[in-house]
Design a protein around this ligand. Structure first.
Ligand code: NAD
Ligand code: HSO
Ligand code: ZN
Length: 437
């Protein structure tokens, strides 16, 4: 892992470090464009073919139905079932707390405005399943979708080869199947990658077209989501995982190393960044990373991600926060004694973990916050998934005669200023109308 001195970093070098430029996006973009085109042209046939090409799975059918999901879910170990139930309760309670009734506002006497929420009727949820199947993402997406009241919830997740599944599980794992049963999802499409995004964006013979696609994924998934935005809404670019740890001299190097490795093990293109005011903490953390890496089952993946990552030595916590805000991490961990004082300085981050006892893993699975979060710097403009993301806010206004008399001239003048006479007339005609009553 390279170590940089913040004071030595030029503006362009900081921009380069924050760009996360790891692999050639052009190659991914051209491949994804071809995949989208094939799905649009060949529909289901393309989905069967891509399952074979990319997932090495020969599918008889593109989905698992409710009965099949129940059968697979029944094989879940009791302890895992209980853990999913607990995580679900926390996620549900936190996302329920986001629902808020809004009051009507009388902007001027006789002019009343308000907003009402309506659920997006058809949503598509993508559950990653390449290097790891993520049933936790199922909870993160389907729970707010249910709370919002979405009528049609389409779920896609890559088919799993039998090699990856204990006996008797067909094409997905019991944890994901149990989440489907828990959330009342009666069909899971066994489709992954860019092709899943294309299928939900354009529809195929089997996959219904949706109005908004949610969910994290690798570069193929995220590039595809970005590419179909002229056809369907998306939640945000939620690509390869990132964590940035800000550590002062009170931090524990073994905790920091564990947090960096937790995100590094997601994929070779994960980012695990350490920004510290203490050179000693950086040195000790790097030693700890080596110790912990050695015993990780996914050490090859994590090692590559660590090699693509870096540490920054900052003169003080202000410099550390400046770098973090420029990087705009998906996950920000404040491993500092006085983290409260840093909270107001946070401008750009997806989700924040405070203090030495709050590992990022708790947000990944069960604290209640949503782990579908903006990456690649998009935390500068996007929030993570929330219940609101599944709702549309429709605005309403009503004028009484008093309201029309109060606001009419203002609107006539503005319409005239824009040379839009018909706009002006729509008000004048009402102002001049003498009703019989
Ligand atoms: N930002 C977030 O909120 C968030 C949350 C969870 C996970 N993640 C990230 O999601 C990603 C999950 O990635 P994953 O790969 O494990 O699963 P994935 O489901 O995102 O992607 C797997 C699919 O990619 C396709 N694919 C694989 N290689 C391909 C190739 N060469 N060309 C075309 N398509 C190909 C296959 O169809 C496969 O089914 C990780 O990077 C993880 O860090 C992000
Ligand atoms: N850290 C991931 C988001 O980048 C979420 C996750 C799911 N399972 C484990 N981790
Ligand atoms: Zn994670």
């Amino acid at each position: 892992m390279k170590i940089y001195n913040y004071t030595d970093l030029s503006k362009s070098k900081i921009e380069e470090l924050c760009s996360r430029q790891i692999e050639d996006d052009k190659l991914v973009e051209s491949r994804v464009a071809d995949i989208i085109k094939s799905v649009k042209t060949d529909g289901d046939k393309a989905l069967f073919d891509f399952a074979k090409t990319f997932d090495k799975v020969e599918l008889e059918k593109l989905f698992l139905d409710g009965e099949e999901l129940k059968t697979i879910a029944a094989t879940i170990p009791a302890e895992a079932k209980k853990a999913i139930d607990i995580a679900y309760e926390n996620i549900k309670n936190f996302h329920l707390s986001q629902l808020n009734k809004e009051d009507k506002i009388e902007t001027m006497p006789g002019v009343v405005c308000w907003r009402e929420s309506r659920a997006i009727e058809k949503v598509g949820l993508y559950i990653p399943g390449g290097t790891a199947v993520l049933p936790s993402t199922f909870l993160m997406l389907a729970t707010p979708a249910r709370i919002a009241g979405c009528k049609e919830i389409i779920v896609c997740s890559p088919p799993q080869s039998d090699a990856r599944l204990p006996d008797g599980q067909g094409k997905t794992n019991c944890y994901l199947a149990y989440c489907a049963v828990l959330l009342g999802i009666e069909k899971v499409f066994l489709i992954g990658g860019a092709q899943a995004v294309a299928a939900m964006a354009f529809g195929t013979e089997s996959v219904p077209q949706v109005y908004k696609i949610f969910g994290p994924g690798n570069r193929y998934v995220t590039t595809a989501k970005t590419m179909v935005q002229n056809k369907v809404a998306i939640d945000m670019p939620a690509g390869p995982s990132e964590v940035l740890v800000i550590a002062d001299e009170t931090a524990n190097p073994s905790f920091i190393a564990a947090d960096l490795l937790a995100q590094a093990e997601h994929g070779t293109d994960s980012q695990a960044i350490l920004v510290s005011t203490s050179n000693h903490i950086i040195t000790e953390t790097l030693k700890e990373i080596d110790n912990q890496l050695a015993i990780l089952p996914r050490k090859d993946i994590a090692a590559k991600a660590i090699a693509n990552s870096y540490a920054v030595l900052a003169k003080n916590l202000d410099e550390a926060m400046q770098f973090s805000n420029e990087y705009a991490p998906e996950h920000l961990i404040l491993a500092t004694e006085n983290f409260e004082s840093l909270i107001p300085l946070i401008i750009n981050a997806g989700s924040v973990f405070l203090g030495n006892l709050t590992p990022e893993s708790v947000g990944d699975y069960a604290s209640g916050t949503n782990h579908t979060l903006p990456t690649s710097g998009f935390a500068k403009a996007y929030s993570g998934v929330s219940t609101d993301a599944f709702l549309k806010k429709i605005t309403f206004q009503h004028l009484s005669r008093e309201g029309l008399n109060n606001i009419g001239a203002t609107v006539e003048i503005l319409a005239a200023a824009e040379g839009l006479e018909a706009h002006k007339n729509a008000v004048s005609i009402r102002l001049n109308f003498e009703s019989e009553d």
